[in-house]
Design a protein around this ligand. Structure first.
Ligand code: TXA
Ligand code: MG
Length: 320
């Protein structure tokens, strides 16, 4: 396996060919890095599960280059889902739709629905376009971390997570630091109106303001198998504790205006919630690199991306 720092057109072509041949390619998206395989190749997809150590009943998101590919993967698509796709793709939004025959049970964890997204990232979009040019229909890609661990937001973190599980013909494409830093918003489009299963950068406020759609948030109730509904998720080795005072020697993550408690080790000081989201996973990884046993995170207040940050933090805290 090679980490490729200079992702030229030629590299994209090679990586797309590797995918077609059944290899794995880790690639950047605007949210987090994904571990990609040809979504119509069952054997290639099964390698994703073994590299991640992920149970096979946990469904994968299929990435496509544009809304034009949607009909391959989903059927009976409601009008409101088309509206969401038209407005927010490419972007950090995953739609859960009724699966087509192409979306095999090995992708959907035997559910009748499939998750689809068009990422907003140059390398990801070029890779998808080239892969489709070679006859591919979509790239299945979960976050490129071991199951339950923190999602990687740069290529070195991908290598730290799964490098030893990849083979010599697989690729890691380096696209620098991810812009958003937390995973896409997941919207279940199987009902009369959309339901947010996992909060992300596309918030319910943004959706209702731009589409006029009535949107409900069911992520707090944990009703479907969306990300983080299992106990151990987004978790560093260090124990994550929320909203308490840090003791000397403990890690500390908070907005810049929150002072560092005496003796605590500051791991991030974001001045906006956007920056908090972008730095959160890196800060959680840093505690493990520094061998800290505990990290205290002070959650950001308010709506918008703060909701996604609190969602991930509460899951990483509940699992230890
Ligand atoms: O931002 C993202 O969405 C990133 C990048 C790489 O695109 N991907 C990502 O994938 O976060 P993953 O597999 O780590 O998380 C996707 C979550 C899974 O936990 C899965 O449970 C949920 O999406 N999901 C996928 N298909 C689903 C379905 N048919 N029904 C309900 N949940 C689904
Ligand atoms: Mg994940």
């Amino acid at each position: 396996m090679e980490i490729i720092n200079n992702v030229t057109d030629n590299v994209i072509k090679k990586a797309a060919r590797a995918l077609k041949e059944g290899q794995l390619v880790a690639f950047p998206t605007e949210t987090v890095y994904g571990l990609g395989a040809d979504a119509s190749n069952e054997k290639a997809v099964s390698r994703i599960f073994s590299v991640k150590g992920r149970p096979t009943d946990h469904p994968l998101i299929v990435h496509i280059s544009s809304i034009n590919q949607l009909d391959k993967w989903a059927i009976d698509i409601p009008d409101y889902a088309i509206k969401l796709a038209r407005i927010f793709w490419p972007g950090p939004l995953t739609l859960i739709l009724k699966r087509s025959e192409l979306a095999g049970e090995y992708i959907t964890g035997s559910q009748e629905s499939v998750g689809i997204r068009v990422p907003f990232q140059r390398i990801a979009l070029q890779l998808l376009a080239e892969f489709e040019y070679l006859g591919g229909a979509g790239i299945a890609a979960p976050s490129a971390n071991r199951f339950g661990a923190v999602s990687p937001t740069n290529a070195n973190d991908v290598n730290d997570e799964i490098g030893t599980y990849l083979s010599s013909n697989d690729f890691i494409l380096d696209g620098g630091q991810c812009q958003v830093g937390v995973e896409s918003t997941i919207i279940d489009c199987s009902g009369e109106s959309p339901n947010i299963l996992r909060p992300g950068a596309i918030t319910s406020e943004i959706i209702s303001a731009t589409t006029g759609l009535n949107i409900s948030k069911i992520f707090e109730k944990n009703v479907t198998r969306a990300s983080g509904n299992l106990d151990s998720h987004y978790s560093p080795k260090a124990k994550v504790i929320l909203d308490v005072n840090a003791n000397p020697g403990e890690g500390f993550i908070a907005m810049a205006d929150v002072p560092t408690p005496v003796g605590a080790i500051r791991l991030a000081s974001p001045s906006t919630v956007e920056q908090y989201a972008k730095e959160l996973y890196k800060a959680l990884r840093l505690c493990d690199k520094k061998n800290l046993k505990k990290v205290i995170a002070i959650q950001p207040n308010g709506g918008g991306l703060a909701i996604a940050i609190r969602d991930r933090l509460s899951k990483s805290a509940s699992s230890n």
